[in-house]
Design a protein. Structure first.
Length: 414
């Protein structure tokens, strides 16, 4: 009999009917003798609704109080699912993040799980009950409620699977696995029966929201057997593999994107060592993640310095950068709040320089201007105007032969 951690995302628990369907699935697994921890998200749309309420009062609301508010979404779902399970005669009890022993750091809105006291859940499982746990939330060092960032219930599930040494962590969502790109943008996208941990990590970090990046990091660190499946259909989904090459090892295995980008440029800063640290120091002190960075030296002793941040953090970053611009005597700060990032990912690309050329030619043919470029051994990312995002994703998906039925082996991207 297996110990399984199952996670159901927002759409999968989006109505009472869906919650009853989840309860039936869980009940069947319990009757088969499996020990089950079920992590749930807020019902679909609920977290955004709560965010909207707070924004109606204050655009810069305190992160501590935002977490108190946002964590209520998941609490509704654990109550409802536990009620639905009990109605079916399935012994179950609910746990908030804190009750499930999840301790985090103090970074409200994007807290990291530091430790898990697995005793409460072990005790629950030992009595034959299903443990229904609120995703996305934990207890900070000062005892306050924290949340783990958007999509954080994935991370709750994988972290619990690691702590409990579960046989498998199954992420049930509204698509039946990990695809070559978001199937909602490119209907020709193909499900990958397996994907390497490294590729999944890269796709998630570059915006493929099917798994939150931190859940993949946890999975890699503790080698958690991890699978993405549909909560609506049967099927084997996508298995995340460790240390095995991809089935096909294509040059490019997937395309990820993020709409949530904003860029900030500080123009005319003195071109001297340490200036980059002076610009980014306050941003980093404010716990704002900087993504892509470009510095252009102008030859007159000055430079322009551009970087991108998540749109959620744009307003705070701009305020800090304007202060830095004053201190450095820079010309001005320019911003673009409607950027997007599109990335190609593949373990096979690291020694194939032709991949970059294929990508840039493809975007050029579509008339899409790249504003920043970042590369690593297994990815190339470009920042573009958001209005071209869908076109870019589809064109690149075609250019790299990723579509259903495409002959990947015959591709020559050199
Ligand atoms: P949940 O509410 O279950 O956590 P999410 O909306 O967070 O679900 O994640 C699932 C969504 O991720 C899919 O509906 C799909 O639009 C999107 N997605 C983005 N990239 C991919 C990809 N490569 N493969 C599958 N889904 C993807
Ligand atoms: N409810 C949270 C969100 O919408 C967490 C999650 O769904 O994983 O981001
Ligand atoms: Mg999600």
């Amino acid at each position: 009999m297996a110990l399984l951690v199952l996670k159901f995302g927002g759409t999968s628990v989006g109505s009472l009917e869906r919650i009853e369907a989840v309860a039936r699935r869980v009940c069947t697994l319990q009757q088969m003798g499996h020990r089950l921890v079920v992590v749930v998200s807020a019902m679909s749309g609920e977290t955004n609704r709560l965010l909207g309420l707070a924004r109606g009062l204050d655009l810069d609301a305190s992160p501590e109080e935002m977490d108190v508010l946002l964590a209520t979404g998941e609490q509704v779902t654990i109550g409802l699912l536990a009620i639905a399970l009990r109605k079916l005669g399935c012994a179950a009890r609910s746990f908030t993040g804190e009750q499930a022993g999840i301790h985090t750091d103090a970074s409200h809105a994007k807290a990291r799980i530091l430790t898990i006291d697995e005793q409460p859940l072990q005790q629950c499982l030992a009595t034959g009950q299903v443990a229904v746990v609120a995703g996305f939330q934990g207890r900070g060092p000062d005892g306050r409620i924290t949340t783990l960032g958007r999509g954080g219930s994935d991370t709750t599930a994988v972290a619990l699977a690691a702590a409990l040494k579960a046989d498998e962590c199954q992420i049930f969502t509204d698509v039946d696995g990990v695809y070559t790109t978001d199937p909602r943008i490119e209907p020709k996208a193909r499900r990958l029966p397996r994907i390497t941990f490294e590729e999944m990590l890269e796709l998630a970090s570059l915006g493929a929201k099917v798994l939150q990046i931190r859940s993949v990091e946890f999975a890699g660190k503790y080698r958690v057997p991890l699978r993405v499946l549909s909560s609506f259909d049967e099927g084997e989904g996508t298995l995340i593999t460790y240390g095995e090459p991809s089935m096909e090892s294509p040059l490019v295995s997937g395309i990820a994107f993020s709409r949530q980008e904003a860029s900030l440029t500080i123009l005319g800063v003195p071109d001297k060592p340490s200036v980059a640290a002076q610009i980014l120091g306050p941003i980093s002190d404010a716990n704002i993640d900087v993504d892509m960075i470009v510095q252009n030296t102008l030859g007159d002793g000055t430079a322009d310095f551009t970087f991108t941040v998540n749109r959620e953090e744009f307003r705070r970053a701009r305020t800090l950068l304007e202060q830095v611009a004053d201190e450095l005597g820079a010309d001005c700060v320019q911003t673009n709040e409607t950027m997007a990032k599109v990335s190609i990912v593949g373990l096979g690309m690291w020694n194939h320089p032709g991949v970059a050329r294929t990508m840039f030619e493809c975007l050029g043919r579509e008339g899409i201007n790249m504003q920043l470029i970042a590369t690593s051994e297994i990815k190339i990312s470009v920042a573009i105007d958001e209005k071209y995002l869908e076109l870019a994703v589809r064109a690149l998906h075609d250019a790299f032969g990723l579509a259903q039925g495409a002959d990947v082996s015959g591709m020559n991207n050199n």
